[in-house]
Design a protein around this ligand. Structure first.
Ligand code: CA
Length: 232
């Protein structure tokens, strides 16, 4: 499952260049031109990392960075600031607003892509982990094998992806639309009810002997991997 990067940049040629290179590196990329638009998008669905231009129409990058840090749920959202200002004082100011990293334009695109990877690994070690576990449930992301209490479970490819997606953010509730985007891809033309069908299959595959259900249904919202699963 690809990490989602949001580019907030009003220079469209730069956005195109970044999008092309980040997608080639395997990331899912979204972009917006304005600071205020970015703020709405982030509140709606936080990405895994933000590339944030300093000078933006709407809300400036510095101000947006401050707001992201002040908002509950996005305090630790990884942010790399992009800026034309190379002065040492500005560099310090950029980091002081809470950005995790800072790149001065014009920058080397491969270097930026490397910094994105490094920051993502630092921010979310689970994303890079080859093994995810909760209680008696364990998935090996390299072999795509799933075990429960040591016994191998047999999941279809879509059920596997759903489980991996949910287990990467235990406790977080995903709407059917978010699951469609994350598991099937944004362009898939699939009915939201399909999600329910696959969640049903996943549950069946996870509990062949009627064991405890690690997936939580949140009425009116969607589904989550139960963060208390295996805790007692
Ligand atoms: Ca700009």
């Amino acid at each position: 499952m690809a990490a989602r990067i949001l580019i907030v940049e009003d220079e469209e040629s730069l956005t195109l260049l970044l999008r092309y290179n980040l997608e080639a590196a395997g990331y899912a990329v979204e972009s917006v031109l304005r600071g205020d638009e970015a703020e709405l998008r982030i509140a709606e669905e936080p990405p895994d990392l933000v590339l944030l231009d300093w000078m933006l129409p709407g809300v400036s990058g510095v101000e947006l960075c401050r707001r992201i840090r002040a908002r509950k749920g996005t305090e630790r959202l990884p942010i790399i600031m992009l800026t034309a200002r190379g002065e040492e004082a500005d560099r310090v100011r950029g980091l002081a607003t809470g950005a995790d990293d800072y790149v001065v334009k014009p920058f080397s695109v491969p270097e930026l892509v490397a910094r994105v990877g490094a920051l993502l690994r630092r921010a979310n070690p689970a994303q890079a982990a080859s093994r995810l576990a909760a209680g008696d449930l364990e998935i090996n992301r390299e072999t795509r094998r799933v075990r429960r209490g040591g016994a191998e479970l047999h999941l279809g490819p879509t059920e596997y992806k759903l489980l991996e997606f949910l287990m990467l953010k235990p406790g977080r509730v995903f709407s059917r639309e978010q699951l469609l985007d994350g598991v099937w891809g944004r362009d898939a033309e699939i009915d939201e009810r399909t999600v329910d069908v696959h969640i049903g299959r996943l549950r069946k595959a996870l509990s062949p002997r009627g064991q405890k259900d690690p997936i939580r249904t949140v009425r009116g919202s969607g589904y989550a991997f139960d963060e208390t699963y295996g805790a007692g």
